[in-house]
Design a protein around this ligand. Structure first.
Ligand SMILES: C[S@@+](CC[C@H](N)C(=O)[O-])C[C@H]1O[C@@H](n2cnc3c(N)ncnc32)[C@H](O)[C@@H]1O
Length: 392
């Protein structure tokens, strides 16, 4: 029988999930982390690795939503085959009977008439294999499972995986306070990467809210893992969890810095939001190097360019001024104040984008949670150089 050390070295199929539109950003990030051979999938990137890589990716991959390990891939002829296939996994070897579990995932197959039925079949297969082996069965917990089994079926092809992250990885553990419309942390990390920010030139967010982009920018620039404050990972609930390997990985990372390698500044018109951003930043050693001011974006104090600005201005009903006035003023602000900067805006407001009055150099379709958004780049050349102004 293989000992724990051998099991850590065994090659396994890993699928790192992300949001729609961030697949390439994640692939680029994984390459930077040393994973050069990866496969771009739908809302995910696949690679081969070891369980140590699984721990590493959970801690380090900022653009990842969860890290799955494939347990079994199979073909189905009838819906009953799913029970047989799910029974082929040695579940009692994977986790202890006193752990709670849930089955989640996506089934897109004409073999199944009721959407919940495939999940019930897998649940029964897991419960029965425990009963056979131990005489007991583990409890299901829909809301707070200790382990999540991922079922993916597309027509007749299926995969069963174990979700090694548990709660999605945007639960970073660093954000104490948020506003009404915070940017998802994984999206923020993805935007920073998509922007091509070099992590040395100034970074500015004049609509910083609770500071998500400022924090993710500082984490990226300092090399501190975005999940440094997170303690919960589902892999710790697996029987093969190797605490020594995890501790060594976790204790070897950078967590405290004496300086920031770049200037990061933020501002927001709402004093409550600025207080929240400052509170969130205070949890980090770099917090004291990041200036966050209460001011409207037009008055934002901006370091000299070149630099990168990323913001998600408000949109929709909650807005006190109308979208076209606000976005038109943002367009003017870019032209007048942000010379030499790459200015990126994420928004779901097409009318807002039109009102900016600038032609985008790039448009990327993305989701912030469930909300479809566009992330657009506006390069503002300084003085003598050409400005991308919309004509007509
Ligand atoms: C969608 S939220 C940004 C959320 C932020 N990215 C986060 O993760 O918390 C938009 C923010 O713009 C701010 N805001 C609205 N009008 C503003 C203005 N004229 N100048 C600066 N900030 C403004 C709001 O107070 C709000 O915090």
């Amino acid at each position: 029988m293989a000992d724990a050390g051998d099991k850590m070295k065994q090659m396994i199929n890993i699928v790192v999930k992300t949001f729609y539109g961030l697949e390439e950003a994640l692939q680029e990030e994984l390459a930077e982390l040393g994973y050069k051979e990866t496969q771009k999938l739908n809302r995910a990137v696949g690679l081969k690795g070891t369980w140590k890589d699984v721990y590493f990716l959970n801690l380090h991959a900022r653009c990842a939503l969860s890290v799955l390990v494939e347990l079994h891939t199979f073909q189905l002829k009838t819906e009953d085959d799913l029970y047989k296939e799910a029974s082929k996994v040695n579940w009692p070897e994977l986790f202890d009977v006193n752990k709670t579990f849930a089955i989640k995932g996506a089934v897109n197959s004409s073999l199944f008439k009721h959407s919940q039925f495939p999940f019930l079949l897998v649940k029964d297969a897991i419960a029965d294999s425990f009963r056979k082996e131990t005489g007991k069965r583990p409890d299901v917990s829909v809301k707070t499972p200790q382990l999540v089994v991922d079922l993916y079926v597309r027509e007749k092809e299926g995969v069963l995986s174990i979700n090694t992250s548990g709660l999605p990885l945007f639960h970073r553990g660093y954000r104490q306070s948020t506003g009404e419309a915070p940017l998802n942390e994984v999206v923020a990390a993805g935007l920073l990467r998509l922007s091509g920010w070099d992590r040395k030139s100034p970074f500015v967010d004049p609509f910083c809210g609770s500071g998500t982009l400022l924090i993710e920018a500082a984490l990226l620039a300092t090399g501190i893992p975005s999940n440094i404050e997170r303690t919960h990972y589902a892999f710790k609930n697996l029987k093969n969890f190797d605490a020594a390997v995890w501790d060594e990985l976790y204790n070897s990372v950078q967590r405290v810095v004496k300086e920031l390698p770049c200037t990061i500044t933020g501002s927001d018109i709402d004093p409550d939001m600025v207080m929240k951003a400052r509170r969130n930043l205070r949890g980090f050693s770099f917090g004291r190097f990041i200036e966050v001011n209460v001011e409207s974006f037009e008055k934002a104090r901006v370091p000299e360019g070149p630099g990168v600005l990323i913001c998600n201005p408000p949109y929709g009903e909650r807005l006190e001024v109308n979208a076209s006035e606000l976005y038109s003023a943002i367009g003017d602000f870019f032209k007048q104040t942000m010379k030499g900067y790459d200015c990126w805006v994420i928004s779901s407001s097409e009318a807002g984008f039109k009102s900016l009055g600038l032609r985008p150099d790039r448009k990327i379709k993305l989701y912030n949670g469930d909300l479809e958004c566009s992330f657009r780049k506006f390069s503002v050349y300084d003085g003598t150089k050409k400005l991308h102004k919309l004509e007509g």
